[in-house]
Design a protein around this ligand. Structure first.
Ligand SMILES: [Zn+2]
Length: 244
C-alpha cells in the first residue's frame, strides 16, 4: 500500500468528497460548491465506496492497526490492489516529490478517495452511518463532526429517540445477517427454489413458516445492496460467472 502525505487542505477535501460520495444515491458526484454535477459515475461507484468505507471505519473503531484486519470483500481488495499498482511516485524537475494517484484509464473515484482516506490523518472526523436510518429515508448516512470521538448519531436531532433507533438498528442488522446467509445458500438452494431469482429466494427464505408473511421485502434488499451492505450472489451463466 503506497504511503502519501496529504496537505491539510487535501485531507479536508478528501473528507468532503468522501462524504459526498458515501451519501450519493443518484450516481452523480457533487462537484465542488455550486459547480454543476459534471461527473457521473457508474452507479456501482458509490456502492463500492460505502462498502469499503464501512469496513474502514469498523477497522478504525476496533482499534486494530494491522491492515490485515481490514475486512474488505475479495473483489474490493482485488480492485484496490489493481488501482494502487497504477499509482506512481517520482521527483519533478523542480526537485519536489510527488505521488500521482489518479491513474488513467482506470480512474475510479471510490478507490481514489479510499486510498487517500487510508493516508488521511483527519479521518476520525468522518463517521457513520447514523444509527437513526429512519431519519435518513432508510439510507446509510455518513457525516463529518467536530471532534474525533466516535459517535452513533449524526446530530442531536437524530439522537433524540436513541433507544428506539438503537432497537431498530439491531433489528436491521439481524435482517441483513439473515439475508446475507440466504445469499450464501442461494447457489446450493433446494431444487424447488431453482427457478427463483436471488431476491425471490431471500424473501422466501425469510418466511418464519409456510404461509406466513416474509420478514424481508424486495425494497429492503434493493436498499441494502445500494448501501453496500449486501453483495448480490454470483450465478453461473454457463459462460462464466456474472452478477445478477
Ligand atoms: Zn442522523
Amino acid at each position: 500500500m503506497p504511503t502519501m502525505t496529504l496537505t491539510p487542505e487535501e485531507e479536508r477535501e478528501n473528507l468532503e468528497r468522501s462524504i459526498a460520495l458515501a451519501n450519493d444515491y443518484s450516481a452523480e458526484l457533487y462537484d465542488g460548491e455550486g459547480a454543476p454535477k459534471t461527473l457521473v459515475f457508474d452507479p456501482e461507484t458509490p456502492v463500492q465506496f460505502r462498502r469499503m468505507l464501512r469496513a474502514l471505519l469498523e477497522w478504525d473503531k476496533s482499534g486494530s492497526r494491522n491492515i490485515q484486519d481490514l475486512r474488505l470483500s475479495r473483489e474490493d481488495r482485488a480492485d484496490l490492489r489493481k488501482y494502487t499498482q497504477q499509482i506512481s511516485m517520482g521527483v519533478s524537475p523542480n526537485g519536489s516529490y510527488y505521488v500521482r494517484d489518479f491513474p488513467s484509464p482506470r480512474w475510479n473515484e471510490a478507490l481514489h478517495q479510499f486510498v487517500r482516506l487510508l493516508n488521511n490523518r483527519q479521518r476520525a472526523y468522518l463517521d457513520g452511518p447514523c444509527v437513526n436510518r429512519k431519519r435518513h429515508e432508510g439510507r446509510d448516512h455518513w457525516y463529518l463532526k467536530k471532534t474525533k470521538r466516535w459517535t452513533e448519531f449524526c446530530s442531536k436531532y437524530c439522537a433524540g429517540d436513541a433507544t428506539q433507533a438503537n432497537r431498530r438498528g439491531k433489528n436491521y442488522q439481524k435482517k441483513i445477517e439473515k439475508a446475507a446467509a440466504a445469499i450464501r445458500n442461494y447457489p446450493t438452494r433446494p431444487p424447488r427454489f431453482r427457478a427463483l431469482t436471488w431476491q425471490e429466494y431471500v424473501i422466501e427464505d425469510s418466511r418464519p413458516a409456510r404461509g406466513k408473511k416474509p420478514s424481508i421485502s424486495k425494497k429492503f434488499l434493493t436498499m441494502a445492496v445500494k448501501s453496500g451492505r449486501l453483495i448480490p450472489p454470483k450465478v453461473s451463466t454457463g459462460a462464466g460467472f456474472e452478477r445478477v
